[in-house]
Design a protein around this ligand. Structure first.
Ligand code: NAD
Length: 459
C-alpha cells in the first residue's frame, strides 16, 4: 500500500505521534496513542526477564541493551546527508511507559516468584521491581501434557473441547483489555517448546481447523489454540518457540482474513545467532565447509523440557535449517556439498540459564587446505531473548497500525526458522534480514530504500 498520507506530526524528530498530517509518500500509520497490552504465553525465564527489564528501564535502573527498537538507528538518504535518526524516532512505536503486561502459565506463581525461580536476574534488581512483578499473576493456561511431557501444572483451564478452550482465551483477552483500559494488544508465545508436529489435513484450512477444535483433534496443539484465539480477537501473534503453531495454512489464512500480522518461529539467540553471523561471512569469502558440530549445556526449565527427545526434535529441526539456506550447497557444490551439521543440547542443571555453547567448525580454503574454528559462547539465554520479545511486540503493533497483515517476513531478523509465504525459502543471513527490516521501515515512511550501490558519490 503506497499512499500519500503519513501519521506523525514530526516523523523524524519525535517518536510520539500526535496526529496525522499529509506528506508525499509512505503508508498510513495510525498513531501509537493509549496503552498497549503485551500478552505473554508462558511466564518463565524469558517472559520474567522481559517484564522485569522493561520496568527497570522505565525507572532508569538499566539500559535496553540488545533492543533495536530502543537503541537502533537507521540511515536515511545519502551517506552525505547525515540523517540517522533512532528507529523509534522514525516510526511511531509504543513507549515503554504505555506497555501493560499480562500472562498465562500452567504454574500459578506471580512474575516475581517465577523470576526468582528462573534465576536469570539478580535478587537485588528483582527486589527493586518487586511490586510490578508481584502484581502480574498468570491466568490459567491451555495445556495438554502430551505436548510437554516434562511439566505438570495446576493453573490450567478445562473445557469440553478445544473450541471451548479457545473461547475461554478470547474471554481472557477481552477482559484483560477492558480491565486495563487498553487501546491495542499483541501476544507473544514464550512458553515451553512443544513436541514435534507435522502439518496434517486439520491444519490445511480454516474450516478443517475449526472442525478439529470442536472434535478435539489431537494434531491441534495448545500453542495453536492461543494463536487462533489471538487472531480471532484481532491481536497480532509472535511465536518465540520452534513449535508449528501459526505456521499452518489455516492460521495464516485466518490472519490475512482478519487483517492480523503474525510472525515466528523460535527467537534467534545464542548459538544460532552466532551461526547466522559467521556462516554468511565464510560464504562471502568462498570458504568451504566440511562440518559444523554444535553442542550446548543448559540447566533451566527450557533445557529440562528439551531433554525429552520429542520436544528436542522440534528445536533440532529449527536449529538445523539455517546453514543449508545460508550456504546454498546446490549453488556452491564445491564448497558446501555434504557438509555434516550436528546440533546437541544437554540438560545440565548447575548452569541454570547461563548456557554454554561450543561450536567446532571444519572449514577449508585455497586448494582445499583445512582449517578449524572453535567458538565457546558463555551466554545467558534469556538476556539475549528478552529484547527480541520486546522488539517483536512493538514492531507487530506497528505493523498492525500500518495496515500490514498475515506473515511479517521483515521480522525474520528475530527468528531461527522464519515464517514465510508458501513456496518461499526463508532468508537466514542476519545481515540480509537486518537490511530487509530497515528497508521495510524506510518504505513505511516513504524514504528511499538503501541498496548500498553508492555510484552517485563518484559521479
Ligand atoms: N531463551 C532463549 O534464548 C530462547 C531462544 C529461542 C527460543 N526460546 C523458547 O522460548 C520459550 C521460553 O523459554 P524460557 O527459557 O522462558 O522457558 P521456561 O521454561 O523458563 O518458561 C516457559 C514457561 O511456559 C510455561 N508453559 C508451558 N506450556 C504452557 C502453556 N501451554 N500455556 C502457558 N504456559 C505454558 C511453563 O510453565 C514455563 O513457565 C521456550 O519454548 C524456548 O525454547 C528461548
Amino acid at each position: 500500500m503506497r499512499l500519500t498520507v503519513w501519521a506523525s506530526a514530526c516523523p523524524v524528530q519525535s517518536g510520539r505521534t500526535t496526529g496525522i498530517i499529509m506528506v508525499e509518500k509512505g503508508v498510513v500509520i495510525a498513531p501509537a496513542n493509549g496503552k498497549l497490552g503485551v500478552l505473554l504465553v508462558g511466564l518463565g525465564a524469558v517472559s520474567t526477564t522481559l517484564v522485569a527489564g522493561v520496568e527497570a528501564i522505565r525507572r532508569g535502573i538499566a539500559k535496553p541493551v540488545g533492543s533495536l527498537t530502543q537503541m537502533g538507528t537507521i540511515r536515511l538518504g545519502k551517506r552525505t546527508d547525515n540523517r540517522s535518526p533512532r528507529i523509534k524516532d522514525l516510526v511511531p512505536l509504543t513507549e515503554l511507559e504505555d506497555i501493560v503486561f499480562g500472562a498465562w502459565d500452567i504454574f500459578p506463581d506471580n512474575a516475581f516468584d517465577a523470576a526468582m525461580k528462573a534465576g536469570v536476574l539478580e535478587k537485588d534488581l528483582l527486589n527493586q521491581v518487586s511490586e510490578q512483578l508481584g502484581g502480574l499473576k498468570p491466568m490459567p493456561a491451555v495445556f495438554e501434557q502430551n505436548f510437554v511431557k516434562r511439566l505438570t501444572g495446576t493453573n490450567v483451564k478445562s473445557a469440553a473441547n478445544k473450541m471451548e478452550l479457545a473461547e475461554k482465551l478470547m474471554e481472557d483477552i477481552a477482559r484483560f483489555k477492558a480491565d486495563n483500559g487498553l487501546d491495542r494488544m499483541v501476544m507473544v508465545w514464550a512458553a515451553s517448546t512443544e513436541i514435534f508436529l507435522e502439518e496434517t489435513g486439520v491444519h490445511g484450512s480454516i474450516e478443517a481447523f475449526e472442525k478439529g477444535l470442536y472434535d478435539n483433534d489431537p494434531a491441534i496443539a495448545p500453542s495453536m489454540i492461543y494463536a487462533y484465539a489471538a487472531i480471532r480477537s484481532g491481536v497480532p501473534f509472535a511465536n518465540g518457540a520452534p513449535n508449528l503453531t501459526a505456521d499452518i495454512p489455516a492460521l495464516t489464512k485466518l490472519a490475512e482474513e482478519r487483517k492480523v500480522p503474525i510472525c515466528g518461529k523460535d527467537f534467534k539467540t545464542g548459538q544460532t545467532l552466532m551461526k547466522t553471523i559467521l556462516a554468511p561471512g565464510l560464504k562471502s569469502r568462498m570458504l568451504g565447509l566440511d562440518g559444523w558440530y554444535s553442542t550446548n549445556i543448559l540447566g533451566n526449565r527450557d533445557g529440562e523440557v528439551l531433554d525429552d527427545p520429542e520436544n528436542f526434535k522440534t528445536k533440532e529441526e529449527s536449529k538445523l535449517s539455517v546453514l543449508e539456506h545460508i550456504l546454498q550447497p546446490e549453488v556452491y557444490p564445491d564448497l558446501y556439498d555434504h557438509f555434516s551439521h550436528v546440533v546437541r543440547i544437554n540438560y545440565y542443571p548447575p548452569r541454570g540459564d547461563n548456557k554454554e555453547g561450543w561450536d567446532n567448525i571444519d572449514i577449508f580454503g585455497w586448494l582445499g587446505y583445512k582449517m578449524q574454528i572453535k567458538i565457546d559462547f558463555l551466554c545467558r539465554d534469556s538476556i539475549l531473548a528478552a529484547p527480541l520479545a520486546l522488539d517483536l511486540a512493538l514492531f507487530l503493533d506497528l505493523a498492525q497500525r500500518a495496515g500490514m497483515k498475515g506473515i511479517q517476513e521483515w521480522l525474520s531478523f528475530y527468528f531461527k526458522a522464519p515464517q514465510t509465504a508458501p513456496g518461499l525459502y526463508p532468508e537466514h543471513d542476519i545481515f540480509i534480514q537486518l537490511m530487509k527490516l530497515k528497508n521495510t521501515l524506510r518504505h513505511m515512511r516513504g524514504e528511499d530504500l538503501i541498496t548500498h550501490l553508492g555510484l552517485e558519490y563518484y559521479d
